[in-house]
Design a protein around this ligand. Structure first.
Ligand code: ADP
Ligand code: MG
Length: 677
């Protein structure tokens, strides 16, 4: 038998059972043995009948008497008296008529179940039963409870895995022997045995430790190998030129903060090498990342190299192009905008000028990596909100230059340390911790839907001061992916009920063409609208400092990190800003929203979000496959550091992964998933 054999090689697994297993994602033998228990029932302590107390119990008993009958309305009752030398006990099964045939008077059995009040008497009800043998599966042990599906319960899964136990016990080691030894881990086969059929709490804990260790080891190894690989490609050195830096800084309308200077310094040092930079610039919304990236792009230009900026949406690309043109106004640098809406002649022209090197900086979306976009000498790529780009897209982009461009990813999503070590492990990081001065933290309030008028009054108050407002709508139905319906409904409500008299209201949703979106945004920017009703299109990057209040409808439907992102669209000027969260129902006003109201710390909120929702949901890995952490917890940073040390030690031995086929296979898979491949 092999791990990738179809599950049907197992005796007793036919079409019907294999269909149910498939629902659980189990198609091969390997899938089955990696179908780990979701929890355990500890039935390992055998108790004397005379000592029995309410709760989960296991007894070792002899059957004295069996009666089986149908009671009213077809209810079948198997009523059994058992004894164990210390006393007698009544055991009852409801609607399990097959029990009678299994239980013989005089037979010795383990029974595990809950001793509970039934009407006014304590009985043992519907316990699992097993004949006494030298290996119990369902009783008298720590019993595994598996993720189940309709018509496929834990005891059947347990039975299948039990049949595989001899095979599991012979599984070869998957980690390098030196790693197992120096970290005092259980062997793979032992860990796999103990995770399914633990002999004790201690062994179960060690099995989890071993398997969790392995998951993180693979992940960290993958990102370290990616890092090594990238470093082995040549890139153009973007030499640091003091006069270029001065030129850029002197023409800005503001002075850079210390935090910006530090980040810029790290970046400029990094790109001055002929090994490609792969750096993440982290900074909460409004921290002022763009100008730092612009300085790097300008430095590239002064080295006769081009820079490309990529944004997740056309709105943001257009905005970036504007911003960059403004930031570079006095330098004579040419900024081009290449998005889907640029067509035919202008497009041809732009492409030609990119090829010839006429254009120094180009801004776009993924259109930038379409075929037919060639650069003269691309030295630097800046990716805004990088986790929105697919791995494959990056590959195409990287393949374009003869040298590997330096990559600077910018994100306002604070990434928890644990993720920084694992999935983002191959990145170097610069952080802009403190935003430009004069920003007051946004005041966040939860207002119940029954109190909506109060929220509208808050908006009205801000509008009266000449400020602007966002109203964000959640997606209400699956079919409304573009948010068209929810925005239209909200807009209709506001206008029909004349909630804001004499106020101009704009609409922004995914159904608009990029031209239309641009128009709406530029009109909002020049205050043609007082209120913008929008979907999460405004989540990232959009910069309208005069907007000082945001109302988020159905706030409970968003994740914490996303809410924090949204909130970052206000509080972008010296004025006090507000964020109002209205849950979709009074009941839905969760602790989560309270966390947001209490904290403006993006890093803290990201940690909380990670704990609450897991890494997959948070960072959108779903789209490129899953980082399948079944045992390890991302939030255990101490353990992560331990594993990281083990990975470094292992890599220092210059290992040949061909010697570890399973590890190699997993690592190759993960290398394709990690962030910037
Ligand atoms: P983010 O980090 O969210 O991308 P931006 O780069 O869009 O932030 O900057 C937010 C705003 O702050 C912009 O309007 C920008 O011009 C302004 N800004 C950036 N740096 C400074 C600074 N040092 N002093 C004053 N304003 C700044
Ligand atoms: Mg930005």
């Amino acid at each position: 038998m092999k791990l990738d054999d179809p599950i049907t090689v197992l005796k007793g697994v036919g079409p019907s059972l294999s269909q149910k297993l498939a629902i659980l994602g189990i198609e091969t033998v390997g899938d089955l043995i990696r179908h780990f228990p979701r929890r355990y029932n500890d039935f390992s302590h055998i108790i004397k009948i005379k000592d029995i107390k309410p709760g989960p119990v296991t007894i070792l008993c002899k059957v004295v008497k069996i009666t089986a009958r149908y009671a009213r309305r077809g209810l079948h009752i198997t009523d059994v008296i058992v004894e164990d030398g210390t006393g007698e006990l009544r055991v009852v099964w409801f609607n399990q008529p097959y029990r009678e045939a299994h239980l013989k008077a005089g037979g010795k059995f383990y029974m595990s179940g809950t001793f509970d009040l039934q009407r006014d008497r304590y009985i043992l009800q519907n316990p699992a039963v097993e004949q006494v043998s030298n290996f119990s599966k369902n009783t008298a042990r720590i019993v595994p409870i598996y993720p189940e599906t309709k018509g496929l319960k834990s005891n059947q899964i347990r039975q299948l895995i039990f049949l595989l136990l001899p095979y599991i016990k012979e599984l070869p080691e998957t980690l390098p022997a030196s790693v197992v030894k120096s970290n005092q881990l259980l062997s793979y086969s032992e860990a796999m045995t103990q995770i399914h059929f633990p002999e004790s709490d201690t062994l179960l804990a060690r099995a989890k430790e071993r398997l969790g260790f392995e998951e993180l080891f693979e992940l960290l190894l993958a990102s370290q190998l990616n890092k090594q690989d990238r470093a082995s490609n040549p890139s153009w050195a973007i030499e640091y030129r003091q006069n270029a830096a001065d030129t850029f800084i002197n023409q800005l309308s503001f002075t850079l903060t210390d935090a910006q200077r530090l980040a810029a310094w790290e970046i400029l040092q990094d790109i001055s090498k002929n090994q490609p930079m792969n750096r993440l610039l982290q900074g909460d919304v409004g921290a002022g990342k763009t100008v730092v990236a612009a300085l790097a792009a300008f430095m590239a230009h002064s080295n006769n190299l081009q820079a490309a900026f990529m944004a997740p949406t056309e709105v943001l690309a257009a905005q970036h192009a504007d911003t960059l043109q403004r930031l570079l106004n006095e330098t004579g640098v040419e900024v081009g905008l290449l998005v889907g809406s640029v067509k035919k002649k202008p497009r041809e022209e732009l492409l030609k000028r990119l090829r010839s090197g006429d254009i120094d900086i180009v801004v776009g979306t993924h259109a930038l990596i379409q075929n037919g976009v060639d650069f003269a000498k691309l030295g630097l790529i800046v990716v805004d909100e990088q986790h929105r780009f697919g791995v494959d897209q990056r590959k195409v982009l990287l393949a374009k230059g003869s040298n590997m461009p330096h990559i600077l990813s910018m994100t306002a999503t604070p990434i928890p340390r644990s993720l920084m070590l694992t999935v983002y492990g191959e990145l170097d990081v610069s952080i802009i911790k403190t935003p430009p001065a004069n920003r007051k933290p946004v005041i966040t309030k939860i207002i119940q839907p029954t109190n909506r008028a109060k929220a509208y009054q808050m908006i009205e108050d801000e509008l009266a001061k000449g400020h602007q407002a966002y109203i964000i709508c959640p997606l209400v139905s699956e079919s409304d992916v573009l948010g068209f319906t929810s925005v239209e409904e909200e807009y209709a409500k506001l206008t029909k009920e004349k909630i804001f008299k004499d106020r101009q209201i704009g609409k922004l949703h995914g159904k608009l063409s990029s031209q239309e979106k641009d128009d709406v945004m530029s009109q909002f920017k020049v205050a043609r609208f007082d209120i913008l009703v929008a979907t999460t299109v405004v989540e990232v990057g959009v910069d309208v400092p005069n907007a000082t209040i945001m109302l988020i409808e159905g706030a409970d439907r968003f994740g914490l990190a996303q809410l924090h992102q949204l909130r970052g669209r206000v509080g972008r000027s010296d004025a006090q800003s507000y964020c109002v969260l209205i849950p979709s129902s009074v009941k839905a006003s969760s602790k989560r929203l309270q966390e947001l109201a209490n904290s403006n710390d993006g890093f803290y909120l990201a940690e909380r979000d990670l704990e609450l929702r897991g890494p997959g949901e948070l960072y959108g890995y779903r789209q490129h496959g899953t980082i399948d952490l079944r045992i390890a917890r991302m939030t255990d940073t101490r353990f992560l550091y331990l594993v990281q040390q083990a990975v470094e030690k292992f890599l220092a031995t210059k290992p040949d992964l061909l010697q570890y086929p399973q590890l190699r296979q997993r690592v190759e898979y993960l290398r394709r998933l990690t962030v910037l491949n």
